[in-house]
Design a binder for this molecule. Structure first.
Ligand SMILES: O=C(O)CCC(=O)C(=O)O
Ligand SMILES: [Fe+2]
Length: 322
């Protein structure tokens, strides 16, 4: 059943005038995916395919450099950014085995771009990542409109709610080959944000959980995987699902991917919306929180790893046990 259960949505109708039928069909598939898996894939999404290929090729080249070269792009000490921008490797003591390059996307106004540390080599990498960020941001903006529609919210609600884009970031990831003894790339988790775009090379390893089973997301050139994060799950009072996913490493080869995280501003107060609670007579399933506080708790999971049962996720804010 590899990939069979993960719906694929063609977004081309959103790039041409007048294809209302196409838009309706795409929106329906996404609505269904939101309350089922919280996971779907998009094609004809407006991000140039050769740009996606080039970005993968260049990050692959970067990660092949010796450590001393990669460490020239390590995060700035004492940076005020909510996450360490630049080249990072997961702490040894974590079960996750990957390295990544994290960059905040340029956004007008308040911005963490000054915290970015972008490698000089390969020379085309910086420009390619900027171009990729531009296109992914544009597709994310379209996705916000579609999700707005799927959630039945007043027109432009999410755009307005999430108008500060300064914490959006892009990460180029490299997963090391599996060993004989372990193959964990990223442990099972839900993303803490609004939603995430992922595209991957041909190696595979991304999996999403459905009804207790792990479904592999088959790599398909040019396809972007969309997974819904905790903010949408909280705003919708559990009507829409934050997808549980993980990455499994393959023996004998590294895997490369890109993730674009559509986040909220740290000062944003996140709580179930009235449309999903008081207006329909449902009790809120979460207490409200500032996004930055939740981010800080999730960061602590990484920097001060504790027993698995003590790892903080969105259940930390639940009011009603499910
Ligand atoms: O590399 C991938 O395919 C997924 C990465 C991911 O799930 C994450 O960074 O949260
Ligand atoms: Fe994730």
């Amino acid at each position: 059943m590899a990939g069979a259960c993960i719906p694929t949505v063609d977004l081309s109708s959103f790039f041409v005038e007048g294809d209302e039928d196409g838009k309706k069909k795409a929106t329906k598939i996404i609505s269904d995916a939101l309350s089922d898996l919280g996971f779907f894939q998009i094609i004809s999404h407006g991000v140039p395919l050769d740009l996606m290929d080039r970005a993968l090729e260049l990050s692959k080249r970067f990660f092949q450099y010796p450590d001393e070269e990669k460490l020239k792009s390590k995060p700035i000490a004492g940076s005020k950014a909510p996450l360490p921008a630049g080249y990072n490797r997961q702490p040894e003591k974590l079960p996750d085995k990957n390295e990544y390059l994290l960059l905040f996307v340029p956004s007008p106004g308040k911005s963490f771009v000054s915290c970015n540390v972008c490698p000089r080599d390969p020379p085309e990498l910086k420009e390619t990542l900027e171009e990729l960020s531009f296109h992914l941001t544009r597709t994310a903006s379209l996705m916000e409109e579609i999700l707005n529609q799927c959630m039945g919210l007043p027109s432009g609600f999410i755009k307005e709610f999430n108008s500060n884009r300064s914490t959006d970031f892009i990460a180029a990831l490299r997963y090391f080959p599996a060993t004989e003894h372990e193959n964990n790339g990223i442990s099972e988790h839900e993303d803490g944000n609004f939603f995430t775009f992922v595209f991957q090379d041909e190696v595979g390893g991304l999996e999403v959980r459905k009804d207790g089973e792990w479904i592999p997301v088959k790599p398909t050139k040019g396809t972007i995987v969309v997974n819904i994060g905790d903010i949408i799950q909280v705003l919708s009072n559990n009507r829409f699902k934050s997808a549980t996913h993980r990455v499994v490493r393959k023996e004998g080869q590294s895997r490369h991917s890109y993730a674009f995280f559509c986040n909220s501003d740290g000062d944003k107060w996140i709580e179930p919306l009235p449309q999903f609670t008081t207006e329909i007579g449902e009790a809120p399933r979460y207490r409200g929180f500032f996004y930055k506080d939740y981010m800080a708790l999730r960061m602590r999971n990484k920097t001060h790893p504790s027993a698995p049962e003590d790892v903080i996720h969105i259940a930390h804010y639940t009011t009603i046990p499910s």
